[in-house]
Ligand binder design. Structure first.
Ligand SMILES: N[C@@H](CCC(=O)N[C@@H](CSC=O)C(=O)NCC(=O)O)C(=O)O
Length: 299
């Protein structure tokens, strides 16, 4: 891993890293925010600092949320680190959208493992985000001492739009092994098999056979994952979001959860007057931060 840049933000530091990924076979960028607790001299920590992973939406790099979501204030308040991965593999060798649109290809990896040519070669974002990246960050940041930062066990996941979809999908797929302690999402695409953004992505990355899509669709996954304890999924969406009716459709996740162990444990908060932008995301980041801090045992 190479440190590209380090910046002071709030009470901690934002570390911009790049590394060669074995999953995507490309160089990947990732931002990590280390909260003020990481730098405290008189640390009496009994456990390593937990992590919240934030998956961004279509067109984003790790910088969009790092600059505009204001997670850093919350990370300092509760004492968690943040990981902001990229949204796809990138580079001249990486296949892109034949239509040259922003909703597929580079910047739009949908956090899945593609099976179709020419995408399968590099678009392995599920393995990258949920398996390789945590191990790589652990090896980089914890190499000199006992683990100071927890990228592997005490971890929560959240995201926006395509990234909200990626967060719910990863949470449910990893639920049996308790991969993530909690999950939330901002304006997520909840049923990609049945909305245009998702159908285009699933067709391109996974092929025409809809049966293959079920393995990455939260509305299918939620029916086969047994919820335990007090676990719930927190979702916010703005009622003036221009993508609400066509691409997001959060009510479909509520419908899918009916008569399952998740009924009443998927909370969709439709908030009046908000759109899809980072003005919306940043407004509700404090509520999501508190939700994850509780589930990570910080409060
Ligand atoms: N105006 C953008 C359209 C793409 C867009 O709105 N992207 C959203 C995520 S949409 C679902 O995944 C986003 O997060 N944009 C980045 C931002 O900083 O707001 C365009 O034409 O590029």
């Amino acid at each position: 891993m190479n440190v590209v840049k380090e910046l002071s933000v709030c009470g901690g530091r934002l570390v911009k890293l790049s590394h060669n990924s074995t999953s995507t076979k490309t160089c990947m960028n990732v931002n990590v925010y280390l909260p003020k607790q990481y730098y405290a001299q008189d640390s009496s920590r009994s456990r390593p600092i937990p992590t919240v992973v934030y998956l961004s939406g279509l067109t984003c790099t790790p910088d969009n949320a790092s600059e505009k979501a204001f997670w850093q204030f919350q990370a300092d308040k509760y004492g968690f680190a943040m990981v902001f991965p990229d949204t796809s593999p990138r580079g001249d060798q990486v296949a892109n959208d034949p239509e040259d649109s922003w909703d597929f290809g580079q910047g739009a990896g949908f956090y899945l493992n593609a099976t179709q040519d020419p995408y399968a070669q590099h678009y392995q974002m599920y393995d990258y985000v949920h398996k390789e990246l945590p191990q790589t960050l652990d090896a980089h940041f914890n190499k000199n001492a006992a683990a100071e930062l927890d990228f592997l066990d005490n971890v929560a996941i959240t995201g926006h739009s395509m990234g909200g979809y990626g967060a719910i999908c990863g949470y449910l797929k990893g639920y049996a092994e308790r991969r993530y302690k909690s999950c939330s999402a901002f304006a997520p695409i909840v049923n990609p098999s049945n909305v245009p953004w998702g159908q285009k992505a699933f067709k391109g990355y996974l092929g025409d056979e809809r049966a293959q899509w079920q393995a990455y669709d939260p509305c299918a996954l939620i029916k086969n994952v047994k919820r335990v304890g007090d676990d719930k999924v927190l979702i916010h969406v703005g009622d003036e979001d221009p993508f609400l009716e066509k691409h997001l459709r959060p009510e479909l996740l509520l419908e899918a959860a009916k008569s399952t162990s998740w009924e009443n444990y998927v909370q969709v908060k439709k908030v009046h007057g908000f759109d899809h932008s980072y003005y919306f995301v940043s407004t509700f980041v404090p509520e999501h931060a508190e939700f994850h801090a509780k589930n990570l045992g910080l409060i």
